[in-house]
Design a protein around this ligand. Structure first.
Ligand SMILES: NC(=O)CCC(=O)C(=O)O
Length: 277
């Protein structure tokens, strides 16, 4: 990465009607591009209420789905890199929680299927993503020319090994489309985003949907951009909002020069193995 640029995170409301979610996302992406953003990020399941039983009904295939067509078209119209949050993606008999990223000509830069499914038992909150979703099996660095990006979807962010693989692959920004909730959010949202930034000395851009107190699953909100030192560059409230953070290559260089963590790894003692799949 050689030059600074503006990155925007869109924290959109998600309602029951899929078409309305797609329309709202398009409006916010165009607004963010108009504010000068070169990279725009959407949240996890931005076109679908976050309820596991609904994922198959909202699922669509690539490249013929209405949501992915909109993402590609708007990325090209606005000339931006668009990290399309995530949507339920249908491939054969399996539904994945998938992030599609498009480049400034509307080309597909990469696809990340959520690797770690959110199967948890929390106080008053039991979630089994695996009841309707299959896990992804790939880790990919996306090279957009002026920046290298890696994507982890929500629960993925709790697995530092995946972030480290992406950092070793040379990413500048770790993008986390997410939908934490009002139980884990206050405890662990900022902590995880800042920790992944500090561990790997990269920027982290975390995107949440806006909060709806009447939803079956109440999301945390507070989308944020964190710099490689762990400082919060921008942070949303809980409502619908666009936040913008500057991504500066000099900041990455400075932090890595002061604390050369990646260069000081004891790979003679430990090793991360990429799966053979
Ligand atoms: N959608 C998710 O993966 C939620 C993850 C979450 O809330 C967490 O605390 O982790």
């Amino acid at each position: 990465m050689t030059e600074s640029f503006q990155l925007a995170v869109c924290q959109n409301n998600v309602v029951e009607k899929k078409a309305e979610n797609i329309r709202r996302a398009e409006d916010m992406i165009r607004e963010a591009a108009g504010m000068g953003a070169r990279v725009v990020v959407l949240p996890e399941m931005f076109n679908c209420p976050y309820e596991t039983r609904l994922f198959p009904d909202y699922a669509e295939p690539y490249p013929d789905g209405e949501t992915v067509r909109m993402l590609s078209r708007v990325a090209a119209d606005a000339g931006i890199v668009l990290v399309g949050g995530s949507i339920p993606e249908k491939d054969g008999d399996i539904v994945y929680n998938t992030c599609f990223t498009f480049g400034p000509r509307g080309e597909l830069l990469g696809r990340h299927r959520k690797v770690h499914l959110f199967d948890v038992d929390l106080p008053n909150l039991r979630v089994r993503e695996s009841s309707t979703l299959g896990p992804g099996n790939d880790v990919a660095v996306m090279d957009a020319g002026f920046v290298k990006l890696g994507v982890m979807i929500c629960f993925d962010v709790r697995f530092p090994e995946l972030a480290r693989l992406l950092a070793l692959g040379g990413i500048d920004v770790l993008v986390v489309p997410a939908a934490f909730n009002t139980i884990t959010g206050p405890a662990h949202w900022d902590l995880n985003m800042r920790a992944r930034a500090v561990d790997n000395q990269v920027y982290v851009a975390a995107a949440s949907p806006a909060r709806d107190e009447n939803a079956g699953y109440v999301v945390y909100g507070h989308s944020m951009v964190v710099d490689p030192w762990g400082d919060t560059v921008a942070r949303a409230g809980t409502g619908e909002e666009i936040i913008i953070g500057e991504i500066d290559p000099e900041r990455i260089k400075e932090v890595r020069a002061r604390l050369p963590l990646l260069a000081q790894m004891r790979t003679d003692l430990y090793e991360l193995r990429k799966s053979g799949r």
